[in-house]
Ligand binder design. Structure first.
Ligand SMILES: NC(=O)c1ccc[n+]([C@@H]2O[C@H](COP(=O)([O-])OP(=O)(O)OC[C@H]3O[C@@H](n4cnc5c(N)ncnc54)[C@H](O)[C@@H]3O)[C@@H](O)[C@H]2O)c1
Length: 339
């Protein structure tokens, strides 16, 4: 099986590539990634000399680049996206380009080259739910430019299945966590800040509920959908680990033996969804279920960031530093090293 994975230098994509190469000896993978601030070739250092793996630096919005690369591939798995909600609020344009237009370019490449297509989407397309869980048939009501652009991308993907009869599958997963996640996202930001005795800027009252899934469980779910899912269908993916952000923050601090005084409540994000929750019966009917216990996986994730300090220090000291300082500190009037 020949996979074209886009956005494979990011968090989930890099875990997916490593997982596929480890699981299937006959797999080969092309990783097409623009290497935005979120893309990092270090995420796949351990496989870069594997003859089954090829890296191509490039933009999914370029049909001249994408169409020849897709030739001969069995499937395109589209992870490439602008993925950070805060950045979508300060600058939505790149989200619409990559997450909507880029998805269209990839779909055209799949259509011309007879490739299957997997659109990796998010539970955020549904918006917030106070009670119960969203089904795949629920109305989409995205709240941020990020989730709206993801909804746009997946609707186009769905239309290619309906209109051209293409083998398209869509996954909508809940919040992932694990190794190699960019330290702008909640869990790695808070782990790395706590290690450095820096403030943990928690939005609003910290009572937003998210359903956390360990990244490898999501990778396995995507493979289950690819292998057993019905063409043209959408699959929610989640592990049923609903916690408030405050609870998760408390678990991180307790694992690192750091004081709760590091938590600094800051002005809430505009349009911040209160709770995400998806019903996952449909993907479970394919025989998939999560195999990682949340607390244990969080413990291992904390250990990974503790043991891979050079990986995140490089990111936190590079071009990300300016954004990080202005967004997380100056904007909220926090001191960088506040104990
Ligand atoms: N992280 C989560 O919790 C989560 C949950 C549900 C769905 N998703 C979806 O999963 C996918 C991967 O998420 P992630 O957290 O790994 O994101 P990420 O930000 O870590 O990685 C995104 C990758 O896409 C690349 N990229 C961005 N624009 C590109 C372009 N125009 N052309 C080529 N490459 C480009 C970046 O360089 C980066 O390597 C995204 O589509 C996201 O919407 C993520």
């Amino acid at each position: 099986m020949k996979y074209l994975v886009t956005g494979g230098a990011g968090f989930i994509g890099s875990n997916f590539i490593r997982h596929v190469l480890g699981k299937y000896k006959d797999a080969s993978v092309i990783n097409l990634d623009k290497l935005t601030y979120a893309g990092n070739k270090d995420n796949l250092k351990d496989v870069e000399n594997d003859s089954r793996y090829t890296f191509i630096e490039g933009d999914i919005c370029s049909s001249e680049l994408v169409e020849p690369v897709a030739k001969g591939c069995d499937v395109i798995v589209n992870f490439a996206a602008e993925s950070h909600v805060d950045r979508s609020i300060s600058g939505p344009g790149s989200f619409i380009m990559t997450d909507v237009f880029g998805t269209y370019v990839l779909l055209e490449a799949a259509r011309k080259n007879d490739c299957g297509f997997v659109q990796v989407s998010t539970d955020e397309v549904y918006g917030s739910i106070s009670e119960g869980s969203f089904f795949e048939t629920s109305v989409l009501s995205p709240s941020s430019p990020y989730s709206a652009s993801k909804a746009g991308g997946e609707l186009i993907a769905k239309s290619y299945s309906e209109t051209y009869g293409m083998p398209v599958l869509i996954t909508r997963s809940s919040n992932n966590f694990g190794p190699f996640q960019h330290p702008e996202k909640l869990i790695p930001l808070f782990i790395t800040n706590a290690i450095e005795n820096k403030a943990l800027p928690l939005y609003g009252d910290g009572l937003q509920v998210r359903d956390w899934i360990y990244v490898i469980d999501n990778c396995e779910a995507i493979l289950a959908v690819m292998e057993k899912g019905r063409t043209g269908e959408i699959y929610n993916i989640g592990a049923g680990n609903e916690f408030t952000n405050l609870e998760v923050t408390g678990m991180i601090l307790s694992e690192l033996k750091k004081p709760k005084s590091l938590i600094k409540l800051v002005k809430d994000r505009p349009g911040h969804d209160k709770r995400y929750s998806v019903d996952t019966s449909k993907v479970r009917e394919l025989g998939w279920k999560p195999s990682h216990d949340f607390r244990r996986a969080l413990k291992e994730t904390v250990a990974w960031y503790r043991n891979n300090r050079a990986w995140w220090e490089k990111i936190k000291s590079g071009e990300f530093l300016e954004y990080y300082r202005s967004h997380y500190y100056e904007k909220h009037g926090l001191k960088e090293a506040s104990q």
